[in-house]
Write a protein that binds this ligand. Structure first.
Ligand code: DAK
Length: 263
């Protein structure tokens, strides 16, 4: 349990872990401490077998309003080289959580906050949410994956529009351009996000991890290499109990009835 980030089990779906970012005085801005605690939380949920899905949540007013501008403003080039590595590594640790992950976005998801949301598999936003990459207005550019993950998600022209202008995008536009997957009433953001990933908690955990790995790694490479990643992941699943259970269940009882153990 960190000072600003804690991992909690959702009370109604204990297999869903919530990474709760809680630094309200600064709208959850990512200072060094928050960044370190996010990396620790990502490691914790990644290795805990009782966690089958993850929600990233910052509370009602803000998801995360970006990296901490006040902490960053006077850093030298040499200091930024270290600072930037910690921030990128923390967000990459979130992107690599081998389980379904959803960002529950209420309020502001700006700069590093938008980049954190991009590390999730899905994004659910409240109607009043505001997303964007406003770094250009600070004289810099996105630095925690925004120039890379954003164009991969919404395409280069839309990513350049958001990055060059720094404008905030409302939830409905975010949904239209594919930046978020669902828009719900603000008070339903958290529960809708939990419901979205709760669907997967009884699934074959190792196959879900393999699917995530194959899609994410495959998108970073050429088709031939991606197909090879898929083939190896697919074959590897024949070492799992869930593959035996799933196929035997189909043969004996028909489709969709298997009860998986996650092993
Ligand atoms: N950093 C520090 N403090 C922040 C903050 C931020 N990003 N955002 C808000 N706060 C603080 C405000 O200063 C204020 O503090 P007090 O004055 O009360 O002490 C408090 O949170 C409440 O904010 P406001 O009073 O401004 O609240 P409003 O509702 O009026 O406005 C706002 C909310 C979100 C529109 C506004 O606060 C705002 O524009 N915030 C900044 C948004 C922003 O520009 N975000 C991008 C930050 S730059 C890197 C990786 C990543 C990054 C950098 C490097 N490396 C790997 C290289 C990322 C950079 C960024 O994210």
């Amino acid at each position: 349990m960190g000072e600003f980030v804690r991992v909690e089990a959702d009370p109604e779906n204990p297999a869903v872990a919530v990474i709760r970012i809680d630094r309200p005085k600064a709208l959850n801005a990512l200072n060094g401490q928050v960044t370190k605690e996010i990396a620790e939380a990502a490691a914790q949920v990644s290795t805990d077998d009782s966690v089958r899905a993850v929600v990233l949540y910052g509370g009602e007013r803000a998801f995360v309003a970006g990296a901490d501008i006040k902490e960053m403003a006077d850093l030298s080039h040499a200091q930024m080289l270290n600072y930037s590595r910690a921030l990128q590594n923390a967000l990459t640790a979130v992107a690599r959580i081998p389980k379904p992950v959803v960002a529950a976005i209420s309020g502001f998801a700006l700069g590093g906050g938008c980049e954190l949301a991009l590390c999730a598999d899905f994004r659910v936003a409240g109607t009043k949410a505001r997303l964007g990459q406003p770094e250009i207005q600070l004289g810099v550019i996105p630095g925690a994956g925004g120039t890379q993950r954003l164009p991969r998600l919404i395409g280069p022209a839309k990513a350049k529009d958001l990055t060059f202008s720094g404008r905030h995008v409302r939830a409905e536009e975010a949904e239209r351009i594919g930046l978020v997957d669902r828009v719900v009433a603000d008070e339903e953001v958290y529960s809708a996000a939990v419901a979205l990933v709760a669907e997967y908690v009884e699934g074959p955990a190792i196959a879900l991890a393999a699917a995530k790995e194959a899609i994410d790694r495959g998108l970073e490479t050429d088709l031939d290499t991606g197909l090879e990643i898929e083939r190896l992941q697919f074959s590897g699943l024949f070492a799992t109990e869930d593959q035996k259970t799933g196929m035997r269940s189909f043969i004996e009882q028909g489709p969709g009835k298997a009860k998986f153990s996650g092993r």
